[in-house]
Design a protein around this ligand. Structure first.
Ligand code: ME8
Length: 518
């Protein structure tokens, strides 16, 4: 039996086109999903769209569309971007799916039976963009404490979920499970938030004020609060609450990846909802930081959104993936600038990786007719070869800790070392001396193996480039990461004639790469 691994992205609001922030979350998840698959896990990777609530209703109205027609027209833009970015998800869930609505209704009825929901009058302040209620005390200078926008005064009957009852339980759970909220800075933030008394959660909106939502099962006058509906997607994708339906996903999730803006919903509301339903906790909620531009968060509402499709057209999908994965440590914010992306493209991808490939292949062609030289001792004592064979062990530990940035640095360390090795060994000098033919063969063998091992590991990060290299080298990459024994050995078939092929990362002033993905 292979280990199951269930991971999720947030469900994105469809009130605008996805931008670099959404791309980042999905690229992170895709990298984790690919990594786990390559390691042999039975992965279920879920993404999708959040389609109810005031924001969506307003956006539809602005285009004079019925909300259903509006969301149906927006969803393909998300799917298209995921295809362009190589996001290999297993299932795309929409909160307007009938199956999802059934699970939401099941959970609400169940929670009512369990005595976890009550009806009461709410009087206070409301932030429409955040869809959140605030008390007078929570406001910051008359504005929403989360987004600093204007709030409106409201008084209305609603249904409430007993969050406060589980506050102590949640604190203890988080303290007993250090991996539940990551990274640590975010875990501390949630524990800090839980030092203040938790209020019960208002889980409905009066239909008179908002009609675009899932029907509340026991009241014709209410729809379900969009966050309560959306969080449930993670279990509705498993078929929960729908007798007889089968899904490949099995609860609990191993990993929820979210931005730090929605950590509270995932690390406070969601665990308590699950606990109240008698369901298991997800293993890890991983909160990443924000991409910023000129110091402010990239966001649809701020109008500073960066279009990932434009960047992919210009730099290629792998350069874009590499940049996002490499530029920040998960949890920290990252300042986006196209100059920086261009710089990374040139230094790391074109000059280090692309150039290493070009040099090795040029030398193989020149000195060995493009063939890996026949070679007796393919397990020779050699520092670079050893570093290449050991790479899986190092990268696995890093990836177990969900740290793709360090993993990429570890892989690129071998690439950098290989480039230095070329300088040290000077194959062009060795080639002049027939006595050195054996040393020359050994040198090129070691270099090709370093390249091959790096490429096998890069499958999870920059899959297109990795596939190109592996294909040219005649290596089947898929099965090589299941065990260290399968990886720590020579990988390139002896005697194979290798095509140098076109440049992996052409200079930026040359025409765009053909397989930019768009
Ligand atoms: O919050 N930097 O949807 P949303 C990094 N529907 N990541 C960013 C980002 C930025 N500047 N901007 C957005 C919602 N993101 C809810 C979620 S889940 C059950 C419901 C990413 O469309 C990041 O993952 O506003 C963030 O958490 C998410 O997009 C918010 O997407």
């Amino acid at each position: 039996m292979t280990d199951p691994f269930y991971l999720t992205t947030p469900l994105y609001y469809v009130n605008a086109r996805p931008h670099i922030g959404h791309a980042y979350t999905n690229i992170l998840c895709d990298t984790f999903a690919r990594w786990k698959r390559l390691r042999g896990a039975d992965v279920f990777f879920l993404t999708g769209t959040d389609e109810h609530g005031t924001k969506i209703e307003k956006a539809a109205k602005a285009e004079a569309k019925d909300p259903r027609a509006y969301v149906d027209a927006m969803v393909p833009q998300f799917k298209e971007l995921w295809t362009i970015l190589g996001i290999d998800y297993d299932y795309f869930i929409r909160t307007t799916d009938e199956s999802h609505k059934k699970t939401v209704a099941f959970i609400l009825r169940d929670l009512e039976v369990r005595g976890e929901i009550y009806k009461a009058t709410y009087a206070g302040w409301y932030c429409t963009p955040c869809e959140s209620f605030w008390t007078e005390l929570q406001l910051k200078g008359d504005r929403c404490p989360d987004c600093q926008r204007e709030v409106q005064q409201l008084s209305e009957d609603n249904y409430f979920f007993k969050l406060s009852k589980y506050q102590e339980w949640l604190i203890q759970y988080i303290e007993a499970h250090p991996d539940f909220i990551r990274p640590e800075i975010r875990r501390n933030e949630i524990l800090g938030f839980l030092r203040e008394p938790l209020e019960d959660l208002c889980i409905t909106r009066p239909r008179a004020r908002l009609s675009w939502g899932i029907d509340y099962p026991n009241s014709k006058d209410h729809v379900v609060y969009v966050w309560f509906d959306a969080l449930i997607n993670y279990v509705s994708a498993t078929g929960y609450g729908r007798e007889g339906e089968k899904s490949k996903a099995a609860w609990p999730a191993d990993l929820h990846v979210v931005g730090k803006d929605i950590l509270r919903q995932h690390a406070v509301y969601w665990p308590i909802m699950l606990k109240a339903c008698g369901l298991e906790m997800p293993r890890t909620v991983l909160a990443h930081g924000w991409w910023t531009m000129s110091g402010t968060k990239v966001s649809k509402s701020r109008g500073n959104a960066v279009d990932p499709i434009e960047l992919v057209k210009k730099y290629g999908v792998d350069a874009f993936r590499y940049f996002l994965l490499h530029e920040v440590t998960i949890g920290n914010d990252g300042a986006f600038s196209e100059d920086l992306l261009g710089e990374r493209y040139t230094t790391d991808l074109a000059n280090d990786l692309g150039n290493l490939w070009f040099r090795i292949m040029t030398m193989l062609q020149k000195y060995f007719d493009g063939k890996i030289p026949a070679f007796e001792n393919r397990y020779l004592e050699n520092e670079l070869l050893k570093k290449s064979f050991d790479l899986l062990a190092r990268v696995s530990v890093t990836m177990e800790g969900y740290d793709p940035r360090t993993a990429l640095s570890q892989i690129f360390e071998v690439i950098t070392r290989a480039n230095q090795y070329v300088e040290e060994k000077k194959p062009w000098v060795l080639a002049k001396d027939p006595v050195q033919k054996g040393v020359l063969a050994e040198t090129l063998f070691v270099l090709t193996e370093a390249m091959a091992h790096a490429a096998v590991l890069l499958q999870a990060f920059i899959p297109g480039t990795s596939a190109k290299v592996l294909d040219r080298l005649g290596i089947q990459g898929a099965g090589l990461l299941g065990s260290s024994a399968g990886f720590a050995k020579p990988l390139v078939p002896e005697g194979r004639v290798i095509e140098r092929g076109e440049a992996l990362f052409p200079r930026l002033d040359e025409p765009a790469p053909k397989d930019a993905g768009v």
